[in-house]
Design a protein around this ligand. Structure first.
Ligand SMILES: [Zn+2]
Length: 368
């Protein structure tokens, strides 16, 4: 195993991988306060050649992009979405084609979010330590333990992939898996949340009044787009609770806004006036055409029974095809569909391989 932190050596190694048929890939990054992850380490392994690359010393981004975008080189990753984002940040490329071992495992009948350690144990009989996962990947030098851990993350991926290909064949789900993997080629992996939709994730969203909904929605949209601009996690600007408090009290002055529990001094100074302007504009928005409220976890009895029957039917459909129900549709997705249906609005229908299994369930519970 090589640790590479010289730009020229990094470039040479990446270019030496150009044209290989498959490469196992992983990244380590730090992601605490910033909007986007900070890349720290890139791991590659292909046919017995393994290297750990110091991401902060990468200069030849083009060498990375060529490797990751080469349609003839399969990129094997485990639970790849954050890694795809990190690579995209580093070289602007879109990794393709991707074989995600976590997704493949789910399509061969496993639970949706099995860890890499679980796969290594189940498929290869290996024990992998997980205790460095949250260590400081930006420290230099990295400890031997960190390096060993990081290398382990790619060392067994090719073998795991080979074993999963067999399982997929045996389960007859290879075509569905292939279709699902195309998701990684599309743009929305690289897009951040749509600012205007982030209010839907507020725990109190189901209970917003018609008058408060536009305030919450606009405030959340402001928080998200400002977080992107200043590269901070959205909750470092305003927590959900603070948004709830502001929406309830509707402050009209900086003084009133400063009464919001634990609102940060810096946020008041830098963004206080902006927040008031957002509230003022939101209060003037027309109240027709409001989006439906999401359905709460705490539904009233009739609604709860309706939803439970819908979810139960989905579980039965999943069981029949031997797949984890959440791979078919998350509870959140079911809730969103049902909320739209209850509000008399069109809901998002399942697409592709999912439609086959799910449309009958949707039609039974959400008839047109
Ligand atoms: Zn890793």
């Amino acid at each position: 195993m090589n640790f590479l932190d010289e730009p020229a050596a990094i470039s040479d190694f990446l270019r030496s991988l150009h044209g290989v048929s498959a490469v196992a890939v992983d990244t380590e990054f730090m992601w605490q306060h910033t909007y986007r992850p900070i890349p720290a380490l890139l791991q590659f392994s292909s046919g017995g050649r393994t290297a750990l690359i110091d991401a902060t010393r990468l200069e030849d981004a083009e060498a990375l992009r060529i490797l990751l975008e080469d349609r003839d080189t399969l990129k094997i990753l485990h639970s790849c979405e954050q890694d795809l984002l990190v690579f995209h940040m580093l070289c602007g490329g879109r990794i393709s084609p991707v074989f995600d071992t976590q997704v493949a495992h789910a399509f061969s009948g496993g639970p949706l979010q099995a860890s890499y350690a679980k796969l290594a144990a189940e498929l290869l009989g290996l024990t992998i330590e997980k205790d460095e996962q949250n260590s400081d990947w930006l420290r230099r030098p990295l400890t031997d333990k960190q390096l060993a851990y990081a290398a382990n993350d790619v060392l067994h991926l090719e073998a795991a992939q080979a074993s999963l290909v067999q399982r997929l064949k045996a389960s007859g789900r290879a075509a569905w898996f292939k279709e699902e993997s195309r998701r990684f080629d599309t743009a929305d992996i690289y897009n951040t949340d749509k600012p205007e939709d982030t209010w839907l994730k507020l725990s109190f969203a189901p209970f917003l009044t018609r008058k408060d909904l536009p305030l919450a929605r606009e405030l959340c949209a402001w928080r998200e787009s400002t977080a992107v601009k200043v590269d901070l996690r959205p909750r470092r600007l305003l927590t959900d609770d603070q948004i709830g408090d502001i929406v309830r009290h509707k402050p009209a002055t900086l003084q009133a806004l400063a009464q919001t529990p634990e609102i940060h001094e810096k946020v008041m100074k830098r963004h206080g006036a902006e927040i008031l302007a957002v509230l003022d504009a939101a209060a003037k928005l027309p109240l027709d055409n409001l989006p439906p409220l999401p359905i709460s976890d705490r539904l009233d009895k009739t609604m709860k029974d309706k939803f439970d029957a819908f979810a139960k039917d989905l579980d039965a459909a999943a069981l029949e095809v031997k797949l984890d129900p959440s791979l078919l549709a998350s509870r959140g997705r079911l809730r969103a569909a049902m909320a739209a249906w209850l509000a008399g609005q069109p809901y998002v229908e399942p697409q592709g391989w999912r439609a086959e299994i799910l449309m009958p369930v949707y039609q039974r519970h959400l008839p047109k």
